[in-house]
Design a protein around this ligand. Sequence first.
Ligand SMILES: C[S@@+](CC[C@H](N)C(=O)[O-])C[C@H]1O[C@@H](n2cnc3c(N)ncnc32)[C@H](O)[C@@H]1O
Length: 250
Amino acid sequence: MSEQFYSDARLYDLLFPGGERAVDFYRAEARRQGGSVLELGSGTGRKLIPIAADGHPCVGLELSPDILAEAQRKADVRGVKVEWAQGDMRDFDLGRTFELVIIAANSLLHLQEAGDLVSCFRSVRRHLAPGARFVFDVFNPSVRMLAGADGVRRTREALAFQDPERGNVSVDVAETYDAAAQVTRGTWYFSADSRPDYVVVPLELRSVFPQELPLLLSLGGLRLVERFGDWSRGPLTAEAALQLCVCESA
Ligand SMILES: C[S@@+](CC[C@H](N)C(=O)[O-])C[C@H]1O[C@@H](n2cnc3c(N)ncnc32)[C@H](O)[C@@H]1O
């Protein structure tokens, strides 16, 4: 249900600029591990291109062909070599192992079924070299925020951006939360001054609650060794925005 959201790579990069702290975190993990890095749901290469520029052999696995083409273009512009592969993180076989596997920026939350998450974790495990780590970040669900998803369309001031082709762009979002599925179902509306709602796309994101996460990982043959609540490696608390997880083979 979220493929359409990622069919416009240019819009994606305008909507979510920045993220330097996350990039620094993943670069540090790559440095600590040394060697090769695989990113699943690699997007336009925000994390992987800087990691490859640091000298790590990198592979990016991504579902969307449009996003992959933009990642390739950006890597070429920077003169950085990254191997891009089209594939589904739910089940993949690249025929080799890596020192570090990462899934950044909530990409994992596009897998809605518990079975899909477990299948992804099993695939990750098959791609871990001895001593390798699997590191990912997902948001820490806030029941207050989930309960506030009432289906009403609201402007998200913080997401407004400047598009060199369209001028000022405002972003409205209407979301509901399906508690049985643990999935937030949203519709995102992009409006330029001259053209209201020039893009209207659905986006769905699962919530993974802190107590279920280690169990899902263990079913995939993985062990959670550390979990942080922010990019400074602070503890996971009730108020923490993130679950920043470091795992290894069980
Ligand atoms: C929120 S973006 C994050 C991109 C990138 N990791 C980053 O940090 O900027 C999520 C990405 O995951 C990709 N994705 C969603 N489901 C996927 C799947 N089943 N397998 C591979 N990639 C997927 C989307 O196409 C999108 O590029």
